[in-house]
Design a protein around this ligand. Structure first.
Ligand code: GLU
Length: 482
């Protein structure tokens, strides 16, 4: 039987980049083997925090990343009968006890500054189930539990550091630690691959697993564990939802290529052989081994991700690039549109043929697809909007810029409308006014595109056409004298 792995997110918010990395590494393990199984299990048993829309968010983000599942998405909540049965079996076999201690009573008994956790008060009281009795697992006081972690090696925990943790609330609700183990047993999971923050849960879950082997009479081998390294920001601090851009969805919506994002995620704790970091997906799948994942914190470097996305975009053929731009330039047209991203033109103004001719001018110049609309907007909009600072600098507050526009308006009426001829004409009329080519281009660029940065000017003028280009020179002059 091949490896059976699961990605088990709780639907409590945006799809964190750390979750995306966990999903990817599980998927790698499943796809690396000829007969691996990748399971998506939504751990939706925390009613106070889980929301249905986040489930859809997880499913959508995984589809974007291309992480196809072999089983699921299943819901942890659907397995409630199995959780209840396991609870009964553990209780009947003597692994659990009822506890009616309130948090207040516990706090009073312990006083201030004591070690955290439950003091075992009810362990030998022999309580029966009551209206407010939780069920606690009786942890051993002696010995150690060793987690054989594929990434970290053996991690030892002294058993007396574990409190008798709650496995079911007085309401009967089974808590995460047990539900997760029961589901892993039911799904015949062979490898538990998840973030480092779960390492301390592993020994408790191993205890539960082994107790269930006895209590249920079904003896199953423990899964292998692999806890993936923490993701940190530039200051080497754990990524924080508040401070750091951690939502996978936002990278999708900004137009990072999924292929680039996946390649980047793969490097968070792992690296392909050789010097190349940009490698095809098939190579990553082929080379990936949990044993090669590092346990040191991995820097989530948004600059590197941005750079990598640019490399992936440049590696697209022009046709692929035009296709990929679809959702950004034709909202509503594709199967999916980036949320809240509307290009600066209306659908009437957009011209797909013109975009196909414009695309080569920006293909090499963007790192994300989201940068495209602003860069090419001037081709499509009927009413140009100007970057005010750029306008003032190159035209509004610059008499020379205005003079140049006036001359250009005359001269360009009969210049052949081709890039080399436009280059020569603008070079020449600039020189006549003592301006080098760059300086001479500035007011023209701003008049025609609304800004001082953008795609190459002469090619842009050609594509925009003589009539529209000259009309814009005229408009800019009027605007400057208004
Ligand atoms: N539901 C847990 C979480 O979202 C994952 C638990 C696990 O992978 O074992 O963090």
């Amino acid at each position: 039987m091949g490896p059976r792995v699961r990605f088990a997110p709780s639907p409590t918010g945006y799809f964190h980049v750390g979750s995306a990395r966990s999903a990817l590494f599980n998927w790698f393990v499943a796809r690396h083997a000829p007969d691996g199984t990748f399971i998506l299990r939504i751990e939706d048993t925390d009613e106070s925090r889980d929301r249905e829309e986040w489930v859809q968010g997880i499913v959508d983000a995984m589809a974007w990343l291309g992480l196809d599942v072999d089983q699921g998405p299943s819901r942890q909540s659907d397995n409630a009968p199995a959780h209840a049965l396991a609870l009964e079996q553990l209780r009947d076999a003597g692994y659990l006890y009822y506890c009616d201690c309130s948090a207040e009573a516990l706090a009073i008994r312990k006083g201030a500054n004591k070690t955290p956790g439950y003091d075992g008060f009810c362990r030998h009281r022999g309580l029966d189930q009551g209206p407010s009795t939780a069920l606690r697992f009786m942890t051993p006081h002696e010995g150690r539990t060793i987690v054989h972690d594929l990434i970290r090696g053996d991690v030892e925990f002294a058993n007396d550091t574990f409190e008798d943790f709650v496995v079911a609330r007085s309401s009967g609700a089974v808590l995460y630690a047990l539900a997760n183990v029961v589901d892993d047993r039911d799904d015949a999971i062979t490898h538990v691959i998840r973030g480092e923050e779960h390492l301390s849960n592993a020994p408790k879950q191993m205890m539960l697993w082994e107790a269930l082997n006895v209590a249920s009479g079904t003896v199953l081998a423990l899964p292998a564990y692999a806890h993936l390294p923490l993701l940190v920001n530039e200051q080497r601090k754990k990524l924080s939802k508040r401070r750091d851009p951690v939502a996978t969805e936002s990278y999708r919506d900004e137009g990072y290529l999924a292929s680039a994002f996946v390649n980047y995620l793969a490097l968070l704790g792992w690296s392909p052989r050789g010097d190349e970091e940009i490698v095809p997906l098939t190579t990553m799948i082929e080379q990936f081994r949990l044993e090669d994942v590092s346990h040191s914190p991995a820097f989530f470097d948004t600059k590197k991700l941005h750079h990598m996305s640019g490399e992936y975009i440049r590696a697209l053929s022009l046709e692929e690039f035009i296709d990929a731009c679809g959702p950004w330039v034709r909202p509503g047209d594709g199967a999916w549109s980036p949320t809240d991203r509307v290009p600066p033109w209306s659908s009437d103004e957009f011209d797909a043929d013109l975009f196909a001719r414009v695309a080569p001018l920006v293909h090499e110049r963007v790192a994300t697809l989201g940068e495209v609309p602003a860069m090419v907007g001037f081709f499509f909009v009927t009413t140009l909007s100007y970057n005010e600072t750029d306008f003032d600098k190159s035209i509004g507050n610059d008499p020379l810029g205005q003079a140049l526009l006036a001359v250009a308006l005359e001269r360009l009426t009969d210049t052949p409308w081709e890039a080399p001829a436009l280059h020569d004409a603008i070079l020449e009329l600039g020189l006549a006014m003592g301006l080098n080519l760059r300086k001479a281009q500035a007011p023209i660029r701003c008049a025609v595109t609304g800004s001082l940065v953008g795609p190459p000017l002469f090619e842009s003028l050609v594509l925009l056409g003589r009539e529209r280009s000259l009309a814009r020179l005229h408009d800019a002059l009027e605007r400057a004298s208004a």
